[in-house]
Design a protein around this ligand. Structure first.
Ligand SMILES: Nc1ncnc2c1ncn2[C@@H]1O[C@H](COP(=O)(O)OP(=O)(O)O)[C@@H](O)[C@H]1O
Ligand SMILES: [Mg+2]
Length: 348
């Protein structure tokens, strides 16, 4: 018997998955393996083949600070829903005490505070982070290692049956949700064990044989020490984010400068000017805004301080005219950005 040909539609769905990996990997630099593990769950949901009675996907994202764990969920929200903020985000640092965890589900009727405490995890809140074209909600429990132990108990039920019973006895379904847990669990041990003397940078640039697998092994043993086997079993994929190489960090600097340029064009409209950032200035931003300890986390703040704020002061002071070309350099031996401006006369 001949197998039926693959329809154009299913072929297209196949490429869609690869496209989605590519689009995500362009924006979350240096972590293509993470995207490749997440996207199949999005595809299963889209195809209507997601698991029944379970969340559409449960991921534990591990690895050093500032390597793109939280960013992955924001970028996925932007790609699926057209807005980075279409995520139901629980900052676990705000739930360090047992009574704070109760805020997630709300107090039972009759209890003190029942009326005042709106549960954070309701069906309406889940629906509010979907969009017309996509009914998949993204739920992010960020930095779970910071939460009180009862958070793990609450998650256990949620991850297993995809339902959560609230204080008022109603239930919330997570069958159409991708659940992301992020943690820097094991990151310390990764650094110590892999490169006690030279740090991540040396390891990332030399990439000793099997380094990625070694990182995963360290992360998994940290997970097993922290969480019970039932908890670990309910996770579909434990994904280890890699420390970022200098090239990856340089790409992120370029991305953020491009974003600032777009911002200048769209926000200032007819008052917009052209920004040019020289290679020496980019190098300076790379050095000042990235580190082994915090990855690319400080970069946004550095660009704000070194580029956006001085530019804003120049615009507000009338020192930049619409259509000007504004050039940023960092001459050798100087610890700051050096600005120059060229006026473009429309008739020349
Ligand atoms: N891999 C990456 N690709 C692009 N930007 C990144 C990446 N990693 C970090 N960043 C930048 O650093 C910021 C902090 O990263 P984040 O994803 O919050 O780190 P963490 O891994 O600690 O969750 C992001 O908002 C983004 O601007
Ligand atoms: Mg994070």
């Amino acid at each position: 018997m001949r197998t039926p040909p693959i329809s154009t539609k299913s072929r297209r769905q196949g490429t869609d998955g690869l496209d989605l990996v590519r689009v995500l990997a362009e924006r979350v630099v240096g972590q293509p393996h993470a995207m490749a593990q997440i996207v199949p769950y999005v595809q299963m949901h889209r195809a209507g083949l997601g698991p029944e009675g379970r969340p559409a996907g449960v991921f534990l994202l591990l690895g050093p600070t500032g390597t793109g764990k939280t960013r992955t969920v924001e970028v996925l929200a932007d790609v699926l829903h057209g807005n980075e903020r279409q995520v139901l985000k629980i900052d676990c640092g705000e739930f360090q005490m047992e009574h704070e965890v109760a805020k997630l589900i709300g107090a039972p009727p009759g209890y003190l505070g029942h009326r005042e405490t709106q549960p954070m995890l309701t069906q309406q809140k889940l629906s509010a982070v979907t969009s017309e074209g996509c009914n998949l909600s993204l739920v992010l429990f960020d930095e779970i290692e910071k939460a009180a132990p009862s958070m793990t108990r609450l998650l256990l039920g949620m991850l297993d049956k995809a339902t959560l019973r609230l204080g008022d006895n109603t239930t919330v379904s997570f069958e159409r949700s991708l659940i992301f847990l992020t943690s820097n669990l094991g990151a310390q041990a990764m650094r110590k064990e892999l490169c006690p003397d030279f740090g991540y940078a040396a390891m990332v640039s030399s990439r000793p044989h099997g380094w990625a697998r070694k990182l995963e092994g360290i992360a998994m043993s940290a997970v097993r020490r922290k969480f019970s086997p039932e908890f670990v079993n309910r996770i579909d994929a434990v994904i280890t984010y890699h420390p970022l190489s200098t090239e990856a960090l340089a790409t992120i600097v370029d991305q953020q400068i491009a974003l600032l340029k777009r911002h200048i064009e769209t926000r200032l409209a007819e008052r917009a000017f052209r920004l040019e950032v020289a290679a020496c200035a980019r190098q300076f931003l790379l050095k000042a805004g990235t580190s082994e300890e915090y990855g690319a986390r400080e970069l946004k703040r550095t660009i704000l301080r070194e580029l956006t704020q001085p530019l804003a002061a120049m615009v507000a002071g009338g020192r930049i005219e619409p259509g000007d070309v504004v050039h940023a350099e960092r001459p050798a031996g100087r610890g700051w950005i050096w600005w120059s401006r060229m006026t473009r006369h429309p008739n020349r």
